[in-house]
Every structure is written in C-alpha cells, then in structure tokens.
Write a protein that binds this ligand. Structure first.
Ligand code: NDP
Length: 333
C-alpha cells in the first residue's frame, strides 16, 4: 500500500485526489498546510490522521512513501525538490512551476535521486482522449491535419481566488487551462508542438494584467495546426476536442472536464459512428498509473517531461499574447 502525504490543503485534493488515492487502496497519512488551523480543519473534514506546517517534517516522515503537491504553482519547485531529496516519490500538479528553469530543476533532482516524479495532467486519462489517440495511431482518420480544442468554461466561485489575482502564483487562464490543452494535444496526436501564437483577453473577471480568456494556434512538427479557446468567463459553452484528418474526423464533446463523461464520434465517407469508450475515473487512473510506476511497472500517465512540455508551451503562449508574435516552443529537454 502506498502511503501519501499531501503538500497543500487544496480544493483539488479534497474534491478529487484524496478519493482517487483511496480508490487505489492508498492511504492519505498526513497533510501539510502553511496554516495550522487550516491544516487541522482539513484533516478533520477529510479523515486524515495528522497535519503539519513543516515541509521538512512531511518529507522526512518515514511513514510516507509519496507526496502529492497541490499548492499554488510558485511553491512546487521547492517542495518537489525537498521531497525528492528525502527519497519520496512526487506527483505534482500542473503547471509544474511558473518558470521553466524551476521545472527543469525538479526533473534533475528526480533523475539524481531516482524517485518517480510525475505531472497530474488528468485529461490524458479520459476515455475520450485515449480512444482518439488509439484511432489516430490505427490510421482511422488518415493523416491528421488540424485540431480544435474548446475549453472555455466558467471558473466556479469557490475557485475565484489566486487564479484571477496573483500573477506570481501562475494565475491566468493560460497556465491553468492552456497547459492541459497542449498536453492533451501531444497525447492524442503523438507529436510535439513547434510554435504558438495567441491573443488574450481580460473579460472582466481577472485582475489587471492577468488574462481570463485566450484564443490561439499551435503549430506541430508535422505541420498540423491546432486551435484552442480557453476561458474562465464563459458560462454556457460546451467543451470539445476535434481532430480532422485526410480520411476522417474525430469529434469529442463534453470531454475537457474532470468528470468521466463525454463522447467521441468518427465521421468519414461511411457517415458518422460513435466510438465505444469506458468510464474510468480520470484521477483514479492517474493514481493507479503512478502506483504502478513506483512498483517499477511502466511510466506514470503524464511524466515530468510531459509537464515540462506543457509548461514551456504555456509560457510561450503567454509571451505571444504580450508580443503579438509567434513564439517558438523549446522545453530545453
Ligand atoms: P486552492 O486555492 O484550493 O489551494 C491552493 C492553496 O491555497 C492551498 O495549498 C492552501 O494553502 C491555500 N488555501 C486553500 N484554502 C484557503 C483559504 N480558505 N484561505 C487561504 N488559503 C487557502 O487551489 P486548487 O486546488 O484549485 O489548485 C491547486 C493546484 O492544483 C494548482 O497547482 C492548480 O493548478 C492545480 N489544479 C489541477 C487540476 C487538475 O485537474 N490537474 C485542477 C485544479 C487545480 P496551504 O496548503 O498552505 O493551506
């Protein structure tokens, strides 16, 4: 059984990841919060045995095998590096950091200490995206030419905090949502992006200088172009993910979400047909793959390198919105 320490008394842990750990027979042994009272309340609310305010204490706890980091993004590097140095495996939230060099330092520490360090890009685990990846790899749409990602949502009120207010914490829709789009594109298409161009918007929700909406285009190595629309401000849109190839199109609906929902259809000269998919929980599958990786069985669903690619792409998109120019993506791997 894997014994976990949570670094961060966060909403994502409470709503999804604690349940996913327990569904995989893992134990949530402790939580670290920077605030003792919040940590104590969190342990009571979530049935966790103990809390601490000390990073050193949680990473050196001999009864913990792995940590899940879901603090705000500027804190991930220090916490991940400390955990790896103490020999703990690390599942870290996206974006891995606010600067590329921080994420690279995390990767280097994991390589040095031999721990498993992974990124919690949950959308790779969605049945919709796995089915599209398989269909493309089998050649069912011929040569993919274009993709479109619809990921404009309404940020729930209880999350309208640092994402809208704190640039230093990696606030803004690009580091929050565009990084997921890019990771899902890399996963589904099986190739890497080369450059990005984007326009951002402040639609009235975010603080000055922080974007709450963005549209842009990634260009991939094969020449494929992929359009994305991400927002915190759109209440009634549907999410979706489409890939269009020379012989067919794959169209997924309601798939850019935390829940195990959504559908995929294949359209080609024979008409339109649904693709059969399973309904496995996205976070459950992510934790299962992480546990397996610790046991030496395969890779995590999203590796740290995958998180570095999505961070580098998000930072490039952000730079493009500021300069008005296409920006090359270099993850420095
Ligand atoms: P939260 O705002 O819920 O938590 C982040 C930090 O805020 C916590 O670590 C906590 O600090 C502090 N905090 C929590 N509640 C309060 C409060 N009432 N008052 C003051 N501070 C508080 O963030 P999220 O859970 O939304 O996001 C955390 C991380 O997870 C981010 O990296 C985000 O990008 C990622 N994320 C990933 C998702 C995915 O699907 N992969 C989905 C959502 C988020 P402390 O720990 O010190 O108590």
């Amino acid at each position: 059984m894997t014994r976990w320490g949570l670094i961060g008394a966060s909403t994502i842990a409470r709503e999804w990841v604690i349940g996913a750990i327990r569904a995989n027979s893992g134990e949530v042994a402790a939580v670290m919060s920077s605030d003792a009272a919040r940590g104590a309340a969190y342990t009571a609310e979530n049935g966790i045995a103990r809390s601490t305010t000390s990073l050193d204490e949680i990473v050196s706890d001999p009864d913990i095998d792995a940590v899940y980091i879901s603090t705000t993004n500027e804190l991930h590097r220090e916490q991940a590096v400390a955990a790896a140095r103490a020999g703990k495996h690390v599942l870290c939230e996206k974006p891995l950091a606010t600067r590329l060099e921080d994420a690279i330092a995390m990767r280097d520490e994991a390589a040095k200490t031999g721990v498993v360090m992974a990124t919690n890009h949950h959308l790779r685990n969605a049945a919709t995206h796995r089915a599209m990846r398989a269909a493309i790899a089998e050649g069912r749409i011929g040569r993919p030419l274009a993709a479109r990602v619809f990921h404009a949502v309404y940020l729930p009120e209880h999350l309208q905090g640092w994402r809208l207010q704190r640039a230093d914490a990696g606030g803004g829709v690009i580091l929050d949502i565009t990084v997921h789009d890019l990771d899902t594109l890399r996963f589904v298409l099986g190739e890497d992006p080369e450059e990005v161009i984007a326009f951002a918007q402040s639609g009235g929700m975010s603080a000055e200088g922080i974007e709450d909406g963005v549209m842009g285009t990634f260009r991939f190595r094969s020449g494929l172009i992929a359009q994305f629309h991400d927002a915190f401000t759109i209440r009634y849109a549907r999410t979706g993910f489409e890939v269009h190839g020379t012989e067919g199109s794959l169209i997924a609906s309601d798939c850019m979400t935390q829940r195990a929902v959504g559908d995929v259809v294949l359209r080609n000269e024979e008409g339109q047909a649904p693709i059969e998919i399973d309904r496995v929980g996205l976070y459950e599958r992510g934790v299962a793959r992480f546990h397996a990786a610790i046991a030496g069985k395969g890779e995590p669903a999203a590796t740290l390198e995958d998180g570095i690619w999505s961070l580098a792409s998000g930072l490039a998109a952000l730079q493009s919105t500021r300069t008005g120019r296409a920006v090359r993506i270099d993850p420095k791997l």
